[in-house]
Design a protein around this ligand. Structure first.
Ligand code: PLP
Length: 381
C-alpha cells in the first residue's frame, strides 16, 4: 500500500463499536473488568489506551515496524529506548544530534553508567574505528540537526550489525513519508512527534517503533514501567495531524528548496545546508535513501554578528524553537536549541555562532522570500 493511503487508512482507522471514522478520544484512566483477574482488552491507561493504541499501530504501519509506542515527548521516547542499555554499555552517537538528546546522554545516562563516544556518523570509517568491545549501540540522526548531514543508514547499519550493535535512528527530520530507516537496516526508529508528524505546533509527543518483536516486548515493558505515555487527547491530535503528512511534506519541501536556492544566491550568505541542493555534501546519498529532502534549511551569514539582528528583523518566520509546523520558524542553534552542548563540542561539530536554522512552513513562498530579503536588508548585511 502506498504511504499516502497508509496515512489515511493505516493503524486502526475505524472505531470497532460505533464505526466512527475518526478514532474516539477514550478519556479514561481505567476499564471495568469482567471479573477478578478478567480484564477486557484494556486494564489501565498507562499500560494501554485505545486512542493511543490506534496511534501506535499507525506509526508502526508507516515505518514498517511490528509495534509502535507513543510517549509524552520525543525525549520521553528516547529515555525509554536508552533504558534498553545497562551500566557499562558504550554507545556511538552522532555529533550534531538534537541538543536535548545530547543532554539526556550526558546528564542522565552517563550518571547511570552508560558510556558514549561522539562521532560523525556520516563518516563510516569513524564508526568502525570507534567501536569498542563494550559498544552496544549506534544512535544517529539523518538528516541531522541542524547541519542536515546525511548518514548512509544502510551502510552504517550493516557495519554496526557485524558487531551486534543496536541501530537507533531519529527520523524526525525526514518523517516516514520521505525515509524509512527500518527498511534500511535500523532496529529502532524514534520521532519527536511534536514536529512534522503532529505538524501544527499544538502537541508535544514522541513515537518509537521497531521491527524486532523481542525489542518490541522490551520497549512495551519500559514504556509501562517508566510511564511517560501520551494522553488520549494528544494521541488523537497526532492522528489528526498525520492524515495530512503527505501533502504537507511535499509543500514543505517545495518551499524549502526555493528558500535554499534564494539564500545560496545571496551575497551575504556564505553557506547553505539543504540536502536538496546539488552543492550539499550528502545530496547524492540523500537522493538515494530518501524520497524527498524535507523542509529544514540552515545557513551561515558572512557576518556572524548579523545573525541575531537578522532573525529578530523577520516578520513571517517566527523566532521560536521547534520545527515541522505549518508556520515558518527561525532560530539560532548556538544560543537556542543547541545551547546545552558545550561551546567546544558545538564548534567542533560545525555549529558556529552565526548559524541560522529555518523550518520552512506552508506560507506562500514569495511572501517567505520577501521576508528573508527584508530581514537581510534590515540586519545591514
Ligand atoms: C525536538 C526533537 C527531539 C526531542 O523531542 P521533544 O518532543 O521536544 O521531546 C528529538 N530529536 C529531534 C531531531 C528533535 O527535533
Amino acid at each position: 500500500m502506498h504511504i499516502n493511503t497508509k496515512l489515511i487508512h493505516g493503524g486502526i482507522s475505524e472505531d470497532k463499536t460505533t464505526g466512527a471514522v475518526s478514532v474516539p478520544i477514550y478519556q479514561t484512566s481505567t476499564y471495568k473488568q469482567n471479573g477478578v483477574g478478567q480484564p477486557k482488552e484494556y486494564e489501565y491507561s498507562r499500560s494501554g489506551n485505545p486512542t493511543r493504541h490506534a496511534l501506535e499501530e499507525l506509526i508502526a504501519d508507516l515505518e514498517g515496524g511490528v509495534q509502535g509506542f507513543a510517549f509524552s515527548s520525543g525525549l520521553a521516547g528516547i529515555h525509554a529506548v536508552l533504558s534498553l542499555f545497562s551500566p557499562g554499555d558504550h554507545l556511538l552517537m552522532g555529533d550534531d544530534v538534537y541538543g536535548g538528546t545530547f543532554r539526556i546522554f550526558e546528564k542522565v545516562f552517563v550518571k547511570n553508567g552508560l558510556e558514549y563516544t561522539i562521532i560523525d556518523t556520516s563518516d563510516l570509517a569513524a564508526i568502525e574505528e570507534k567501536i569498542q568491545p563494550n559498544t552496544k549501540g549506534l544512535y544517529l540522526e539523518s538528516p541531522s540537526n541542524p547541519l542536515l548531514k546525511i548518514t548512509d543508514i544502510k551502510a552504517a547499519a550493516a557495519l554496526a550489525k557485524k558487531q551486534n550493535l543496536l541501530v537507533m535512528v531519529d527520523n524526525t527530520f525526514a518523517t516516514p513519508y520521505f525515509q524509512q530507516p527500518l527498511a534500511l537496516g535500523a532496529d529502532i526508529v524514534i520521532h519527536s512527534g511534536t514536529k512534522y508528524l503532529g505538524g501544527h505546533s499544538d502537541v508535544v509527543s514522541g513515537l518509537v517503533t521497531t521491527n524486532d518483536s523481542q525489542l518490541a516486548q522490551e520497549l512495551a515493558f519500559l514504556q509501562n514501567a517508566i510511564g511517560a505515555v501520551l494522553g488520549p487527547q494528544d494521541s488523537w491530535l497526532m492522528q489528526r495531524g498525520i492524515k495530512t503528512l503527505g501533502v504537507r511534506m511535499e509543500e514543505h519541501q517545495r518551499n524549502a528548496l526555493a528558500v535554499a536556492e534564494f539564500l545560496e544566491s545571496h551575497p551575504a550568505v556564505v553557506k547553505v545546508y539543504y540536502p536538496g541542493l546539488t552543492s550539499h555534501k550528502g545530496h547524492e546519498l540523500a537522493e538515494k535513501q530518501m524520497s524527498g529532502f524535507s523542509g529544514m534549511v540552515s545557513f551561515e551569514l558572512k557576518n556572524e554578528r548579523a545573525a541575531v539582528p537578522f532573525v529578530e528583523a523577520l516578520q513571517l518566520f517566527t523566532l521560536a524553537e521547534s520545527l515541522g509546523g505549518v508556520e515558518s520558524l527561525v532560530e539560532v542553534p548556538s544560543v537556542m536549541t543547541h545551547a546545552s552542548i558545550p561551546k567546544e563540542k558545538r564548534e567542533a561539530a560545525g555549529i558556529r555562532d552565526g548559524l541560522i536554522r529555518l523550518s520552512v512552513g506552508l506560507e506562500y513562498v514569495e511572501d517567505l522570500l520577501t521576508d528573508l530579503k527584508l530581514g537581510l536588508a534590515k540586519a545591514g548585511v
